[in-house]
Design a binder for this molecule. Structure first.
Ligand SMILES: [Zn+2]
Length: 444
């Protein structure tokens, strides 16, 4: 099966090609060029679009689509304490409906590869990871599910109520089972599993350490929340006598197979350490601003050589899943933090949203449009009211982020055309998630 995508401008990640094309065979890019294109079985022509590598979402909690708009003005800990009892009511059906909404929105906004960090497994509710994997398959999204976990309940000094934490051994056994069932390490893989205990304030140090050993035994990646708020830093100092990064280092949670969500409150030595260890950071600017968590030192991390990607984070602390918007927010927030308009430019912001995320997820086969890479492509219109006539198209798309993509291709297959999802019914998803959200809010 060969496929050809033509666009007014093709941004490969390193080159910008006017009137360019991307030629794909069996889900893999075979050639990128301009001028007369090769013959192909299916051709999509987008002369009024910028085509770029599909965006990569390096941090999310998709089940949260069913609990948006709670505690709109709370800190992370206030917001979590209010939401844990609501999340304790989720089951596989709620997760499926919420994930359909989250994945639909991601795809419609140009995201082609996403992780999902799922850490709420209420007692006796099975089938949650299955629901996530099946939904990604159904919608056509390249997917890295994280088997998350919480084991440090309130009675042991943790933040979450005991009703939402699981037993140590059961977590490890289920995580191993999920890896065995769904992890595909091959190039071009559509599903890779990640081991992901939730955070220092909801997981015991023993579970952190054992999870790292399990992940390394199976050669899968590790992900957790780290250095998100000063409340977390105080918690780690009081309970463990360690700063968050020191604690992770003690527990074997640093290295090129690890990426952290947020990484905001890092001191100079920790910025250097994270960069030198090739540990990734998933920067989630909208969520960080919504919760007043702080501003990640993106400029410093990049200068130190760190891997930095972008995440939308769960939609209960973002209320959306538009990665182009995160590129926009990252660009502006870096400039506010540095009080300098040169702190992060548009091309660097797009790099975070593509290659940076692919590096966090360990996907050498994703993140750029080059021969041999996965054919994951996002096309954004530049002739609409928001963008028509704008100078410097790539800067324009970052400064005025598109609300949705025109065409999105995953694994060489179009899943969005003319701004509409081809793999699911958007209106039906909206109705179902509204009903699920109402049920969760009422508690029945
Ligand atoms: Zn998160």
């Amino acid at each position: 099966m060969s496929f050809l995508l033509k666009a007014g401008l093709v941004h490969t990640g390193t080159r910008e090609i006017e009137n360019g094309w991307v030629h794909v065979r069996n889900g893999v890019i075979v050639e990128v060029g301009s001028g007369p294109p090769p013959e192909a079985g299916e051709v999509v022509d987008e002369p009024n679009c910028v085509a770029m590598p599909g965006l990569v979402n390096a941090h999310d909690h998709m089940y949260q689509w069913a609990t948006r708009g709670y505690v709109p003005d709370g800190t992370l800990f206030e917001w979590l304490r209010a939401l844990y009892p609501v999340w304790a009511r989720i089951d596989a059906d709620t997760v499926r409906v919420a994930a359909r909404a989250a994945m639909a929105r991601l795809l419609l906004c140009g995201c082609t590869l996403s992780t999902d960090h799922h850490y709420v497994f209420p007692h006796g509710r099975s089938g949650i990871i299955e629901a996530l994997v099946e939904t990604a398959r159904e919608l056509g999204l390249r997917f890295h599910p994280c088997r998350g976990s919480m084991s440090l309940g309130e009675s042991q000094g943790g933040l979450p109520p005991d009703s939402v934490v699981e037993e140590h051994d059961a977590i490890l056994a289920d995580t191993e089972d999920v890896i065995g069932r769904y992890h595909n390490p091959k190039p071009g893989s559509m599903c890779r599993v990640v081991v992901a205990p939730c955070s220092p304030f909801s997981v015991t140090p023993e579970l952190m350490r054992d999870s790292a050993s399990l992940a390394r035994r199976h050669r899968v990646r590790l992900h957790t929340h780290l250095a998100e708020t000063l409340d977390e830093e105080r918690f780690c100092l009081e309970k463990f006598g360690r700063r968050p990064v020191e604690l992770m280092e003690d527990l074997g949670w640093i290295g090129d197979d690890v990426w952290y969500a947020h990484g905001i409150h890092l001191n100079d030595a920790e910025v250097e350490r994270v960069a030198e260890a090739r540990t990734g950071i998933a920067h989630c600017p909208s969520s960080n601003m919504r919760l007043g968590a702080g501003a990640c030192r993106v400029g410093d991390l990049l200068r130190a050589g760190a891997r930095v990607g972008l995440g939308v984070d769960g939609s209960a602390s973002n209320e959306d899943a538009n990665l182009a918007m995160e590129a926009h927010q990252a660009l502006l927030l870096a400039r506010v933090r540095a009080t300098s308009p040169t702190a992060l430019d548009a091309r660097a912001a797009w790099r975070l949203a593509t290659q940076g995320g692919a590096e966090c997820l360990g996907r050498e086969d994703c993140g750029t449009l080059e021969p041999g890479k996965c054919a994951d492509i996002a096309c954004f219109r530049v002739d609409d009211l928001a963008h028509a006539g704008i100078e410097d198209l790539l800067a324009g798309l970052a400064l005025a982020p598109p609300s949705r993509a025109q065409t999105v291709v995953v694994n060489g297959r179009p899943v969005v055309r003319a701004g509409r999802l081809l793999t699911a019914d958007e209106e039906k998803i909206s109705r179902e998630v509204a009903a699920a959200s109402r049920r969760l809010a009422r508690g029945d």
